[in-house]
Ligand binder design. Structure first.
Ligand code: WQD
Length: 345
């Protein structure tokens, strides 16, 4: 099976390539490397021994994208990660997000049509639920208004795929709605190398512990939660990577109930910000320099998944705990090669 991974040099894409190779798939990578570094593929090679062939292509360029398929007309499936993902930036520059995330998706789907690709997995997000009325969220929890243009591109993306699937019964499609991915490959040869200054909790923690950041803030201490800080569902990156492999296997084995399915990928447990900080301090023995601060605009109080449907349908079970996340994220931070800082993070 030959699988095209778009955004394969990015955080989730690169870890998924490792899991795919471990499970016997041949992988081709496409990435514009505008916000990632092709050297991530060196990390993949060190871990798996496999040199992944890479096309540096911007998927908003349909002709350039078609050429990848002309070079590999036997691609069986696509896992589509390539997208912009900075929530704050999307609020500042909405058109950039609509143009990039939606044009690239439409071009990849056009190639599915032209080159008769059988399987497609889409990188979606729990942010499509907006401020959900009920917790935990299931796949049937109604989508509320998207809180950011980024989240809106994921809502629209799912809608595009759903409509496209209706007229392409020969192909099958899955959207995976990720909760909060975090952690790194256990080898510490691969991890998050964010393009911009990190604003997500775990990279902020590791930056603070390493001294790159003098201190960090805990945003909000008066939420209606166990300790007053926000609750999130942190999913270990290798478990998330494996959900993609399991999704492909479901489609390959024709176990899917329809040609478009969606699954929540989380661990079903809420962890507060203060609990996450404690977990880091416990596994590393380090003290974090943090301050209790006001709420961050746009944050929801709590969100976590019900992932029973994914567990059953995909035969998938998340294994990594918040401690595993912190341990691997810290090992990566200490082992990070030069290139991982050159992509901005
Ligand atoms: C987690 C918690 C912060 C930094 C974002 C996207 C979402 C999804 C996952 C992709 C919150 C708190 C953070 C800090 C803090 N991405 N925090 N101090 O906001 O849940 O979700 O990433 O689809 O769409 O919005 O993740 O890691 O930024 O924050 O206290 O310095 O940590 O307030 O409660 P978030 P996050």
């Amino acid at each position: 099976m030959k699988i095209l991974v778009t955004g394969g040099c990015g955080y989730i894409g690169s870890h998924t390539i490792v899991d795919l190779i471990d499970n016997g798939y041949e992988v081709i990578c496409v990435d514009s490397n505008e916000r990632s570094n092709a050297a991530a593929l060196d990390g993949i090679k060190q871990i798996t021994g496999v040199e992944v062939s890479h096309f540096q292509v911007n998927l908003c360029d349909l002709e350039a994208t078609r050429k990848v398929f002309e070079a590999h007309p036997d691609i069986d499936g696509i896992i589509h990660f390539a997208a912009y993902k900075a929530v704050g930036e999307s609020v500042e520059k909405p058109l950039l997000y609509y143009q990039n995330n939606l044009n690239s998706l439409a071009n990849v789907l056009a190639c599915i049509e032209e080159f008769k690709v059988k399987y497609f997995i889409f990188s979606s997000s729990c942010s499509i639920y907006g401020n959900a009325d009920e917790l935990p969220v299931t796949e049937f929890t109604p989508m509320k208004t998207a809180e950011s243009p980024y989240a809106h591109t994921k809502q629209i993306g799912e809608g595009i795929i759903s409509n496209f699937a209706k007229i392409h019964p020969q192909s099958s499609f899955i959207s995976l709605r990720y909760f909060n991915p975090a952690g790194a490959h256990p080898s510490a040869l691969l991890g998050e190398a964010s393009f911009d200054k990190p604003s997500n909790l775990v990279p902020v923690i590791t930056d603070t512990a390493s001294g790159k950041r003098e201190k960090m803030m805990v945003f909000g201490t008066d939420y209606n939660t166990r300790d007053g800080s926000c609750v999130r569902d942190y999913i270990y990156i290798m478990d998330l990577a494996n959900a993609h492999t399991k999704s492909l296997q479901r489609l390959q084995n024709q176990k899917n109930e329809s040609n478009y399915e969606v699954f929540n990928v989380g661990i079903g447990e809420g962890v507060t910000v203060l609990e996450a900080l404690n977990a880091f301090e416990k596994v590393t023995g380090l003290k974090l320099n943090y301050e209790l601060a006001d709420r961050r605009p746009g944050d929801v109080e709590a969100i976590y998944s019900n992932y029973e449907y994914a567990a059953k349908a995909l035969n998938w079970e998340p294994k990594g705990s918040i401690e595993d996340i912190m341990r691997t994220a810290w090992a990566w931070q200490q082992n990070r090669p030069e290139w991982s800082f050159k992509s901005g993070g």
